[in-house]
Write a protein that binds this ligand. Structure first.
Ligand code: HEC
Length: 210
């Protein structure tokens, strides 16, 4: 008899505790202007820095919570030979004259796709510098098919896409090295269209010219 009584008391106490716990924890989800009652640490309060926040740590002399990577840090998979023209567009500090990739129809198609995506908004699909951005602003993108830009070496072109030039921003984070070379091959074809003559048209197709 004594045993059952203790057991009952224990069950009642347990139920009481569970109800109290439910009541308290539900406070966190209810609407109130007061700070929620926090019985257990529900991770809202954390010893951490907010993005772009300030740091009180004396070792961070610039006071910033976000730290810059150690100078010279290279992300995994991005360690490239520094003397390979494929990655630099240069040999011995000079721009390479020619595209290091083999020019194939697939490469040209890729270059066209990438050019239309990344370059045409400013330079226009024909490369003449009359893209939609130029039409809507006073910003003047270069005419990529004029004689001056025709005279650029492929390596110089690579440098423009990689680092930007004057007011043109860099596209190295958007476009891989391989695709930059594909774009260059395609721009060469665009430039070629401005100096085409009837002699370039295969003889069996000349009849269709108007
Ligand atoms: C957001 C607009 C914009 C985009 C996108 C853009 N460019 Fe340009 N680009 C410019 C402007 C503006 C200039 C002229 C910069 C100046 O003279 O200040 C320029 C200049 C150039 C030049 C010539 C530099 C010179 O000396 O005149 C080349 C080559 C070039 N862009 C290639 C590209 C290629 C290739 C792409 C695509 C990967 C591209 N641009 C994407 C705006 C753009």
């Amino acid at each position: 008899m004594q045993l059952t009584k203790t057991l009952l008391v224990r069950i009642a106490a347990g139920l009481g505790l569970a109800t109290a716990a439910t009541l308290f924890t539900s406070c966190a989800g209810s609407m109130s202007r007061k700070p929620a009652v926090e019985i257990f640490n529900d991770m809202r309060q954390q010893l951490k820095y907010d993005t772009q926040g300030e740091s009180q740590f004396a070792g961070f002399t610039d006071g910033r919570a976000d730290r810059r990577p150690v100078p010279g840090t290279i992300a995994r998979g991005h360690l490239h030979p520094q003397d390979d023209p494929f990655y630099t567009g240069q040999v011995n500090g000079m721009y390479v004259g020619e595209n290091p990739l083999k020019i194939t129809p697939e490469l040209m198609e890729l270059g066209q796709q990438r050019f239309n995506t990344y370059c045409s908004p400013c330079h226009g699909r024909a490369g003449t510098g009359k893209g939609i951005v130029a039409a809507r602003s006073s910003w003047i993108p270069s005419d990529l098919v004029d004689a001056r830009v025709k005279g650029f070496s492929d390596g110089d072109f690579f440098d423009v896409i990689t680092h930007g030039r004057r007011t043109m921003p860099s596209y190295r984070f958007q476009i891989t090295e391989h695709d930059r070379w594909a774009i260059i091959a395609y721009v060469r074809a665009l430039q070629r269209t401005t100096s085409g003559t009837v002699a370039d048209v295969p003889s069996q197709l000349r009849g269709e010219l108007r």
